[in-house]
Design a protein around this ligand. Structure first.
Ligand SMILES: C[S@@+](CC[C@H](N)C(=O)[O-])C[C@H]1O[C@@H](n2cnc3c(N)ncnc32)[C@H](O)[C@@H]1O
Length: 288
């Protein structure tokens, strides 16, 4: 945690970026978002870290002067982040084994490991998550009610299973990160005045077919959106700097009507319904 300056100098030469495909990834919106990030802040929090596009971007542009806090309720995702941070070379070795063996039977054999009572250590679990993410249909993360990964294999001819440099650079960036598996409701206790919190929750669907909320076995519903708006208000009272992304939808416009709302346009790259792709409106909510 001491060597922020050294880490940030290295970032000038090699940009950090997400090492997973993740629904709702913000890679395409970063240029647009640059004008909304606060100039100065104390600690950085991302309670729905997902693929981490915003964290890696802020690291690349040298925005951090203190350690950061990355949270998500997906325990496999959080284990993967920790292994990338702490055991990068072991992880690369484990993924290269999957890369060599990859074929259809192998994919389903590795996918089925969470249906059997087989112990995997943290590195093996992270390698499995990355391997499945790179080879499954559309990079989706979807589990059934028992928490078992159930996405079919994708039809890539030559999937890019292992990018060593992307993983190593991500590992460097993550050295400044506290990484925890937790529900967003717990964030209030961790934050103080002048901390910056970027919220990227599962979006309120704009139509029934555009719904994509299965990152974990729990669904993110209107009750959760309302609880999140309550927390946004709580953190505003604590004088934290808050930024939130969500869909342009009546519920979201109503929940955040007392805050500054900016409209941005994007197109989706991961959507369970291919007809849902195209130019769509989203909002950025700011309390500063
Ligand atoms: C839209 S994605 C984040 C995308 C991310 N910003 C990126 O660029 O890839 C939403 C994330 O919220 C997480 N999530 C869902 N419900 C949650 C909850 N109750 N508490 C914390 N995280 C949750 C999901 O696991 C998922 O990773």
């Amino acid at each position: 945690m001491d060597s922020l300056t050294g880490l940030q100098i290295e970032a000038i030469n090699s940009d950090a970026k997400p090492f997973l495909k993740w629904a709702g990834g913000k890679q395409k919106l970063l240029d647009e978002y640059d004008k909304y990030f606060p100039t100065h802040f104390n600690h950085y929090f991302e309670p729905f870290v997902g693929g981490g596009a915003v964290f890696f971007h802020l690291w690349n542009i040298g925005k951090f002067s203190k350690e950061v806090f990355l949270f998500d309720s997906n325990k496999e995702l959080i284990n993967t982040y920790r292994v990338v941070r702490d055991k990068i070379e072991e992880l690369i070795t484990a993924i290269s084994v999957h890369k060599k063996k990859h074929n259809k039977d192998y994919y389903y054999k590795i996918r089925s490991l969470d249906r059997k009572n087989i112990y995997l250590n943290n590195v093996e679990r992270a390698a499995r998550t990355i391997y499945l993410n790179k080879t499954c249909y559309n990079g989706l993360y979807r589990v059934n009610s028992k928490g078992q990964f159930n996405v079919p294999m994708g039809s890539y001819k030559n999937p890019s299973i292992l990018y060593e440099e992307v993983l190593r650079t991500a590992s460097k960036a993550l050295q400044i990160a506290h990484i925890e598996c937790m529900d967003f409701r717990e964030i209030v206790d961790y934050t103080k005045e002048d901390d910056f919190i970027y919220f990227d929750p599962p979006y309120k669907p704009v139509s029934k077919t555009s719904s994509f909320t299965s990152y974990t076995s729990d669904k993110f519903n209107d009750k959760d959106q309302k609880a999140l708006a309550y927390i946004f208000n709580e953190l505003t009272r604590k004088k934290c700097l808050c930024m939130l992304s969500n869909s342009y939808s009546p519920l979201i416009l109503e929940l955040y009507k007392d805050f500054r709302i900016e409209i941005v346009r994007t197109n989706r790259s991961i959507n369970s319904n291919p007809d849902g792709r195209g130019d769509i409106k989203e909002v950025v909510v700011l309390n500063y």
